[in-house]
Design a protein around this ligand. Structure first.
Ligand code: HEM
Length: 260
């Protein structure tokens, strides 16, 4: 009998094919935990950018020359070791990569959650736990993204307002006048108000993001909740207050156009 079964089964050795394995990082990214790690790490990198961008922009209050020299210093990072703007473009590429990964992880986590629970919650959700900031992450993120697109068209490329495409001469060098570009931009009350609203939404997004980082990375002992809360509130408040001072100072006439 044993012989009959063995002959029906056929050979058992050397026939099993190993599934081709994906690289470890792709394998990890296919899980919810991996996507949360990506959200957290890219979030930290972008938090670093918004904080240093705000601190750099505070040079507005020191005057046109300070802000413009700082902007040109960024363009000339590591020059002449590397050609002008090379390091700046490497940093920009890193930032764009972080943004794409952050958006992709957010989108695919949402799809994963919907697939896991195709039927909507029948009763009201516990909104004490899912607080205001966490419930608004998606749309605050989308509005901040729209703001970034506008902001780049306005101040980096100068295409939505010809005046923000300003230049000045230093010797025989024609340099971008970043200081006056910001003043020209915020002189339009609709734009100034849009900046303020977008920055408040950025603050809400940052607050929940800064709080969630610890959860996503698994450092979520309830003993540290007080510190997490203080860090998230402090970080979001510093960025928002700093950023809002610029449109407010221009509208109040504290920051004025520079003449050369
Ligand atoms: C009221 C606050 C802000 C002011 C006054 C401001 C000012 C500026 C200026 C003047 C530039 C152009 C710099 C140059 O061409 O040399 C710029 C670029 C940029 N800003 Fe802002 N910004 C503000 C808020 C923000 C926020 C909240 C974000 C992101 C959420 C952001 C993201 C960017 C990015 C990604 C660039 C392009 C950087 C580059 O490619 O060099 N900015 N900003």
């Amino acid at each position: 009998m044993a012989q009959v079964i063995a002959s029906r089964r056929g050979p058992v050795t050397g026939t099993a094919k190993a599934k081709p394995r994906r690289p470890f990082l792709l394998d990890l990214y296919s899980t919810a935990v991996g996507k949360k790690y990506v959200m957290a790490i890219t979030g930290i990198a972008m938090m670093g950018f918004v904080l240093f961008h705000m601190i750099g922009n505070l040079k507005m209050f020191l005057g046109a020359s300070d802000l413009n020299h700082y902007a040109h210093f960024l363009e000339k990072l590591l020059y002449p070791l590397a050609p002008e703007k090379t390091v700046l473009w490497i940093l920009r590429a890193g930032l764009i990569g972080m943004l794409i990964l952050h958006l992709h992880a957010a989108y695919s986590l949402t799809v994963m959650n919907r697939t896991a629970r195709p039927v909507k919650y029948q009763s009201a959700r516990d909104y004490q736990i899912a607080n205001f900031a966490s419930r608004t992450m998606r749309w605050s993120g989308v509005i901040v993204l729209a703001f970034i697109v506008w902001h780049l068209l306005d101040l980096t490329f100068g295409v939505v307002n010809s005046q923000t495409n300003a230049f000045y001469m230093e010797g025989d060098e024609r340099l971008k006048d970043v200081y006056n570009a910001v003043i020209y931009s915020f002189e339009r009350p609709v734009v100034a108000v849009f900046y303020i609203v977008a920055n408040v939404l950025l603050g809400i997004h940052l607050f929940h993001g800064a709080w969630s980082i610890f959860q996503s990375l698994g450092w979520n002992n309830p003993r540290f909740n007080k510190w997490r809360n203080a860090f998230a509130t402090g970080f979001a408040a510093i960025v928002v207050i700093g950023n809002v001072t610029f449109p407010v100072a221009v509208m109040a006439g504290i920051l004025e156009k520079a003449t050369y």
